[in-house]
Design a protein around this ligand. Structure first.
Ligand code: AMP
Length: 361
């Protein structure tokens, strides 16, 4: 089976690392000349709109998938006329626009913060009057890791926020005073079978994921699964889908979906029977899905900008190191480590030690 991946970053790299043992071969299409997945397959370097390149790429693979949600929908639609592409273009279209995403949540009865589309300063003032403060103003498209966002706490913040990120389609959301952020990752096969991973609890720093802990037996698991199953069915989805949620009391409030493997699921590489990467490949290739059961307790720590000393991390028990072969640069995800233990308290002790060793406490 030859798998084509749009994008050749660390997610594509980890897909390929999971797929090679299953006898899969990989081709990556990415405009960047240096891509960290390229060592694991053939790199088609060029633009997502280059149809001659897309033709060559399609001819070289049996199935196409993607590792990030800002791939142009037109590129996916073009390829879908030549080869099966999963997840479907409709899911990509929805996930690219926060307004579409939240409208879908609302239609399916999935709780969201109150929200309203904003296209002018006047509309922003009206939306603030309806939703109240505090609120979060976000660009509808191309926002990630907290970019393209402004928190409005008082009426004086309105003009400044508009001048900072206005001029493109925006959405205003009510601010959720959440107790914690969680995500659920699930996979749906071509035959419609769905399997869900245990919830992950996520901690962000400067808008970027810092730490994820698997939450085996969490009291919110059932609610999260009911939400993601609705989305998978509605989108006629194939592959791994991630849903990011806020917990407010006993309620989960949906923030956003990612139609791909997700950073909060990296712990599944060593912490689950079948990793999110392998299950994504199994799904898009029409193979039976693997068990999503956890192997004990796990936590994942991201390395942002710089890598820790390899020796110190590798000297620890049951810690698994992943370098992405990317140049160290501020704000860039360059690697992660997963720590595992059979009991929750042992995991916490190990995690605290890992935070010390890596200087990331
Ligand atoms: P996002 O890009 O939507 O994932 O937002 C980045 C981060 O901003 C989230 O992980 C939250 O910590 C915070 N955030 C986003 N939306 C809201 C909201 N409506 N209320 C409170 N915090 C939010």
């Amino acid at each position: 089976m030859r798998v084509g991946v749009l994008g050749a970053g660390q997610l594509a790299r980890m897909l390929a690392l999971a797929g090679h043992p299953l006898g899969m071969r990989f081709a990556f299409l990415d405009p960047a000349s240096e891509s960290c997945a390229a060592a694991l397959g053939e790199h088609y370097c060029g633009d997502y709109g280059d149809t001659a390149l897309l033709d060559r790429f399609a001819a070289a693979v049996d199935v196409v998938t993607y590792e990030f949600e800002n791939v142009p929908v037109a590129c996916v639609e073009y390829l879908a006329r030549r080869r099966p592409v999963w997840p479907p273009a409709g899911a990509l279209h929805t996930a690219q626009d926060r307004l579409h995403e939240k409208t879908l949540f609302r239609e399916l009865g999935i709780a969201t913060p109150p929200f309203q589309a904003v296209n002018s300063l006047e509309e922003l003032k009206q939306a603030v009057a309806g939703i109240g403060l505090p609120a979060v103003l976000k660009t509808r498209r191309l926002g990630y890791d907290g970019k393209g966002q402004a928190v409005l706490r008082q009426p004086e913040d309105i003009d400044a926020a508009w001048h900072r990120i206005g001029g493109v389609p925006l959405i205003l959301e009510g601010f959720v005073a959440f107790q914690r952020e969680v995500s659920i990752i699930a996979v749906r096969g071509r035959d419609g079978e769905i399997r869900c991973y245990p919830l992950a609890e996520n901690i962000h720093r400067n808008g970027i994921l810092h730490l994820s802990r698997s939450c085996v037996g969490d009291s919110m698991q059932e609610q999260a699964e009911s939400y993601i199953k609705l989305l998978l069915e509605q989108l006629d989805y194939v592959g791994v889908l991630a849903l990011e949620l806020f917990q407010d009391g006993a309620r989960l409030i949906a923030n956003e979906i990612a139609p791909r493997v997700h950073n909060s699921g990296h712990w599944t590489i060593e912490g689950a029977e079948t990793s999110q990467f392998e299950n994504h490949l199994r799904a898009v290739c029409g193979l039976p899905l693997g068990s999503t059961a956890a192997l004990g307790h796990a936590a994942m720590l991201n390395f942002i900008g710089t890598l820790p000393p390899r020796e110190a991390v590798l000297a620890m028990d049951d810690v698994h190191l992943h370098y992405y072969d990317k140049e160290e640069r501020p704000g860039r995800k360059v690697g992660h480590a997963t720590v595992r233990a059979t009991a929750a308290d042992a995991l916490e002790t190990r995690l605290q030690r890992l935070l010390d060793v890596t200087g990331l406490r």
